[in-house]
Design a binder for this molecule. Structure first.
Ligand SMILES: [Zn+2]
Length: 205
């Protein structure tokens, strides 16, 4: 089982398939069955039915499996683009369709601690934008961090993309896709950069 957990962690970039939180090394990993095993026994060992989920999303979804017009209501993040059903206003999650609404409500993707966690991450993104404005020499370093923040291996990419589409449309919608930035501890890099300029930033905000 440990082998499958490892493969799933890589496939899902160590993120919960539903809430996009990075799954911390200390928290237990949950293998989520998109089609609940209680109802769809034949799907229980189907590889394609396995998702990586954080303990809260996993338990909120549980064995629920509602239908919307004969189709499963829940958005399958491995087969569908959640963007068509879900949007963000800053850190608040919003639905764009009945299926989006059902997914948010049942898995509680609008739960307060999660919204607060997204807000903290969004604050980092805001600060990166401020840093570029303040000091153009940091442009390429910060630009790379912002591009990485929109990649699937970054946390809360759905929210970050929605925010940057509005604030820096050129960066968020390039004419040709940005080259993939390899992960080199970007989260720590962002935190260090913010700490370094903390005092100056207080005067700016
Ligand atoms: Zn989750």
């Amino acid at each position: 089982m440990q082998y499958y957990v490892q493969v799933l962690k890589e496939m899902f970039y160590e993120k919960c398939a539903y809430c996009e939180s990075k799954i911390k090394h200390i928290s237990p990993i949950h293998i989520e069955h998109f089609y609940p095993k209680s109802e769809f026994y034949n799907q229980m060992f189907e590889w394609g039915n396995w998702l990586l989920a954080c303990p809260l999303c996993n338990s909120n979804k549980g064995s629920k499996f509602p239908y919307c017009d004969d189709n499963p209501c829940f958005i399958d993040p491995t087969l569908e683009n959640p963007n068509e059903h879900i949007d963000f206003l800053d850190s608040q999650i919003l639905s764009k369709s009945v299926r989006g609404e059902k997914t948010i409500k049942e898995i509680r993707l609008d739960r307060i601690p999660l919204t607060e966690e997204r807000a903290r991450w969004l604050n980092n993104i805001r600060i990166l934008l401020l840093l570029v404005l303040r000091d153009p020499t940091m442009h390429s370093q910060v630009r790379n961090l912002l591009i990485w923040a929109m990649q699937p291996d970054a946390p809360y990419t759905g929210m970050t993309r929605a925010y940057l589409r509005e604030k820096t449309p050129k960066l968020a919608n390039p004419e040709s896709p940005h080259p993939m930035i390899q992960y080199q501890n970007q989260i720590k890099q962002i935190q260090k950069l913010i700490e370094k300029y903390e005092d100056e930033l207080k005067n700016l905000t």
